[in-house]
Design a protein around this ligand. Structure first.
Ligand code: C2O
Ligand code: CU
Ligand code: CU
Length: 505
């Protein structure tokens, strides 16, 4: 059970709206050019990203908030990458030795014998070798760092980096450890979409903020096991600000929406019944732009949108989450002309034929009560993190994975390393499954929605449905993970390793 907060929280209706400018995270600059044994004969950009404690203003009228940020920024600096140009990042843990959020030492990987402050960074959506992927158990303590290399051998897409330390990922990300990682390529550039200062990453999350400005993370009523199954904030943050405004010109802009929240899904729309043009999803461009009245984003999902403000000079347009304006665009004409375009076709996404799969895995999503009957454990296919590895795809093979959701909630399921396609969702008979482990469908398969026809790395698995995805396991052999991206679930057993086995020679 949830314990009531011990501190008074900010009442969002008491906050002045749209008094702070939207922060645009700085672009991470390369410290130097270096060689790396993985890329003989090449000079690579070398970046330093130091995780450290910082004090950040979330709103003009909220006292400074203690956070953990990459290079002391929240969100962290944006890493800019180009397809085919590998880069190096040294991820440095310069955090304090004590955590400021409630660790649950009963969770796997966060036991009392583990140091309180541990970190390991993962680039979500990157095709990268296992050693550089940020495996949750590869965490390290303050005073240590790791040098990762990213090949960027993948299509242009909006990725993001975040902490992934075993058993405390929800707390480290909540503390502020995330930022955007943008991959660009020539094909996308040739489309002449809005670019430069009209191409903006927009990271959305929520936090519980107390009246003294400090973050509050909810706890259960059991001090020995404070974990809670979800964390929804009282305030929505856009690039780290509450209710910011953003000055725009009457022209097209590209916004890269990223849901970086622990649990909350966003239901986004514009005021004035203005539609959004969605051009990309998790792993890059859609086949065609889609006009959307609303965009739903589950944790870790991305949507790139183009908004055309040309009819709004002198006016304001709001970005809403449900009925509430969370960001105000103020449209002022400075006489700059818009030479960007929004082409009718963006990028081909050849469909994967599920018939070509060599494995069709059926994987359940489960919830179980613990012995006290209050806290719940969520499992993937009924297994815990420490159970033997069961998913062992072969390099370059195609598989389909069917997520049989036995729970009452939607779970955003994410696989590292690969991009996938959503095949369908199909209702099934839960009682037949529970009684005899038989998959009985109760209705026709529903095709993916139009915005789900691009490449994805996170998929919403709805309750009562079997959600089926298909992917080719390209990448280097090694141990990766797949998990629910509700961070509370991920930290409490809803994460499993998978082994990519070398291709048959
Ligand atoms: Cu956003 Cu395991 O990742
Ligand atoms: Cu990931
Ligand atoms: Cu979940």
């Amino acid at each position: 059970m949830l314990a009531p907060p011990k501190v008074p929280l900010i009442n969002p209706t008491s906050l002045a709206r749209f008094v702070d400018a939207l922060p645009i995270p700085s672009v991470a600059h390369a410290e130097s050019q270096r060689t790396h044994p993985a890329y003989p004969g090449r000079k690579l950009s070398y970046h330093r990203m130091e995780m450290r404690e910082c004090k950040i203003s979330l709103h003009r009228d909220i006292p400074g908030t203690r956070l953990w940020g990459y290079n002391g920024q929240f969100p962290g600096p944006t890493i800019e990458a180009r397809r085919g140009e590998p880069l190096l990042v040294e991820w440095i843990n310069a955090l304090p030795s004590k955590h400021f959020l409630p660790i649950d030492h009963s969770l796997h990987g966060a036991e009392h014998d583990k140091p309180e402050v541990r970190a390991i960074t993962h680039v979500h959506g990157a095709r990268v070798s296992a050693k550089n992927d940020g495996f949750p158990e590869d965490w390290y303590t303050p005073g240590h760092s790791t040098l990762y290399h990213y090949p960027n051998g993948q299509d242009a897409a909006t990725l993001w980096y975040h902490d992934h330390a075993m058993g405390i990922t929800r707390l480290n990300i909540y503390a502020g450890l995330f930022g955007a990682y943008i991959v660009r390529d020539d094909e996308e550039q040739a489309l002449n979409l809005p670019s430069g200062d009209c191409d903006i990453p927009l990271m959305l999350c929520d936090r519980l903020v107390a009246q003294d400005g400090q973050l509050y993370y909810p706890v259960s009523d059991d001090p020995a096991a404070p974990w809670v199954m979800q964390c929804n904030g009282n305030l929505v943050l856009c690039n780290g600000k509450v209710f910011p405004y953003f000055d725009v010109e009457p022209r097209r802009y590209r916004f890269r929406l990223i849901n970086t929240a622990n649990t909350r899904f966003f239901d986004l729309s514009l005021s004035h019944d203005q539609p959004l043009q969605q051009i990309a999803s998790d792993q890059g461009l859609l086949p065609v732009p889609l006009q959307r009245a609303r965009i739903e984003l589950y944790p870790a999902e991305r949507a790139d949108v183009v908004i055309d403000f040309s009819a709004f000079a002198g006016k304001a347009v709001q970005l809403r989450h449900q009925a509430e304006g969370i960001l105000e665009f103020r449209v002022r004409d400075h006489g700059r002309r818009d030479s960007s375009t929004l082409p009718a076709a963006l990028r081909g996404v050849p469909r994967i034929d599920p018939q070509s799969a060599v494995q069709n895995r059926i994987l359940t999503l489960n919830e179980t009560d613990d012995a006290n009957g209050n806290a719940m454990t969520m499992l993937l296919d009924g297994k815990r993190w420490s159970d033997p590895v069961t998913e062992k795809p072969r390099q370059n093979s195609i598989e389909t994975w069917s997520f049989v959701n036995l729970t009452g909630d939607a779970h955003p399921i994410h696989l590292h390393l690969v991009r996938f396609q959503i095949l369908d969702r199909r209702p099934f008979d839960l009682f037949a499954w529970n009684a005899q482990r038989k998959l009985l469908f109760t209705g026709p398969a529903q095709p993916p929605e139009p915005q789900e026809l691009g490449w994805k790395d996170t998929v919403r698995a709805d309750p009562g449905m079997v959600t089926r995805i298909a992917m080719r396991f390209e990448g280097e052999p090694g141990r990766y993970v797949w998990h629910c991206h509700l961070l509370e679930h991920e930290d409490n057993e809803m994460m499993r390793p998978f082994d990519l086995l070398p291709a048959h020679s």
